[in-house]
Design a protein around this ligand. Structure first.
Ligand code: TNX
Length: 500
């Protein structure tokens, strides 16, 4: 399959397959002749917000933006932009020629996607110490582009080790650079509670200063969570908060002993076992707790989705579990939001529109097919492909291995519609990478697990399956290294890529 070269290059034009764009676009058409030099540009955009985002992107590639610059980068809203026949609200067209750069898209998000693509075309690291700056010449090309799925995400565990607002803004930057739209934050678990809940202050007062291995922890205040969502929303990234229940709740039962049958708070937990903690549906303290917490979180959430967990409840009868799923989803819907659940939620009553995040690729497909028939939407995060906390190889120092070893190519070579045999393809809402932080304590740890694999997951989520190509991808990954180094983003130099 030579996906990347369905367009035969014109004589003298850039080989489109060699352009370092991730995720790979719908159509890349080289133009004859040389492209422009983007060392200095002026930006024209429909509004100041977009202009600022364009400047941020271009500055990250070492491009100077000022009004008198010789080359124009023009962003223009235009409903006719994008690939022929696409009705994606994210579609865009990017035209780069000797005359300058013109990005068109029907919506603002598409204009930012176009600028992100442009950024990847600018050679980075042009000036090294003591040398003259190499020219910032960009190939002359027209890109028409639109995503395959609308839910393209990353799930991050900020409980096992806490990552605060500054790290999370950097994660938003990475997510945005790969044209992902969703950052799902796993905010509560056995080891800590990471989001302030106004109606239940003890959650963060008593249960936030712990994490795996002890020492540290932390939480997001209401204001920090709001500001993070604003930062993300400006970049067209939606934050999806997760309150995990009815398992993974030791931080809650430590803060509120009334949630336990004997009324006694549970002990702090800083290990990495799963499945031991739980709520009790018939405890009179349980429903008010869930209503308070989910009500506050729904009010604090800008986006449409609230994740209510539901995973790995190993000590509960199915009937009681189903009552929890029903209650949590009902409270979220009453608050005007759409519930998201881990795949186990398929065992509960599933209403149309509920999103199920599939993570453990085993077991019978039947419950998922039934849930899809009932109107559930699926986000695919299969552990053996998309769990970016799995070790790359047995020797890798960081990470877990319960889902196997996940090298870059494993994260690349998979098909979301075949993850659950027999699931109707239309039920796939999208794809999310996931990173759990039992073994990841620093930003560098985190990024070295995300990169380069998140690029692979992003391409699975964005690009037409017929246009994916491993050889092309690994060359394009290599070309990102200077950008990642310049940004200070740690990455794992997997031997599957010939790094520059
Ligand atoms: C499974 S994925 C979990 C998490 C762990 C993760 C480690 C999921 C829904 N539950 O509690 O952190 O594996 O890979």
């Amino acid at each position: 399959m030579s996906a990347a070269v369905t367009n035969v290059p014109h004589h003298g034009a850039a080989d489109p397959a060699a352009l370092p764009i991730i995720p790979w676009p719908s159509a890349v058409e080289p133009l004859d002749g040389p492209g422009p030099s983007l060392a200095d540009v002026r930006v024209e955009a429909p509004d100041a917000g977009l202009a600022a985002l364009a400047v941020e992107q271009l500055a990250g590639a070492g491009v100077r933006v000022h009004d008198g610059a010789p080359v124009g980068v023009t962003l223009r809203l235009d409903p006719a932009a994008g690939p022929v026949g696409s009705d994606s609200p994210e579609r865009y067209t990017l035209r780069v020629s000797a005359d300058g750069v013109v990005a068109t898209a029907p919506e603002r998000v598409g204009l930012l996607h176009a600028v992100r693509t442009l950024r990847q075309l600018v050679p980075v690291g042009r000036a090294s110490a003591g040398e003259a700056e190499a020219p910032a010449v960009v190939p002359a090309v027209v890109v028409h582009d639109a995503p395959r799925y609308s839910w393209r995400g990353l799930s991050v565990d900020v409980v096992r080790h806490f990552f605060g607002p500054e790290d999370l803004r950097t994660v938003v930057d990475l997510v945005g650079a790969l044209k992902l739209r969703v950052l799902h934050l796993h905010l509560t678990d056995d080891q800590g509670w990471r989001i302030q809940i106004p109606s239940r202050p003890a959650l963060t007062e008593r249960s936030s200063a712990t994490q795996v291995g002890g020492g540290g922890g932390g939480y997001l205040t209401v204001e920090e969570f709001r500001d993070l969502q604003d930062y993300a929303a400006e970049r067209f990234v939606t934050i999806v908060p997760e309150i995990d229940q009815p398992g993974h709740v030791n931080a809650a039962t430590h803060a509120y002993g009334e949630l336990m049958p004997d009324g006694e708070p549970t002990a702090v937990y800083e290990g990495i076992e799963v499945g031991f903690s739980r709520l009790w549906f018939d405890n009179p303290a349980t429903e008010p707790f869930l209503r308070d917490v989910l009500g506050d979180v729904a009010r604090m959430t800008r986006g449409q989705y609230v994740h209510v967990g539901g995973d790995e409840v190993l000590t509960m009868e199915p009937a009681e579990y189903a009552r929890f799923v029903e209650l949590a989803c009902r409270v979220v819907r009453e608050a005007g939001k759409t519930p998201v659940l881990w795949q186990e939620g398929a065992r509960g009553p599933v209403e149309p529109g509920t999103v199920l995040q599939y993570w453990e690729p085993k077991g019978e497909p039947d419950p998922f097919i039934a849930a899809a028939r009932a109107g559930a939407r699926f986000v695919m995060s299969p552990g053996n492909r998309a769990y970016l906390d799995m070790k790359y190889t047995p020797e890798h120092a960081l990470g877990l291995e319960w889902a196997g070893f996940v090298e870059l190519r494993d994260s690349y070579d998979w098909e979301p519609e075949q993850v659950i045999p027999g699931l109707p393809a239309e039920s796939v809402e999208g794809v999310s990478g996931a990173v759990w932080t039992e073994t990841l304590a620093t930003r560098d740890d985190l990024f070295s697990m995300l990169l380069p694999r998140l690029g692979a997951v992003a391409e699975v989520a964005w690009s037409d399956a017929r246009r994916k190509d491993w050889e092309s991808f690994r060359a394009r990954v290599a070309a990102q290294a200077p950008t990642w180094r310049a940004a200070g983003w740690e990455f794992h130099p997997t031997p599957q890529v010939d790094w520059p």
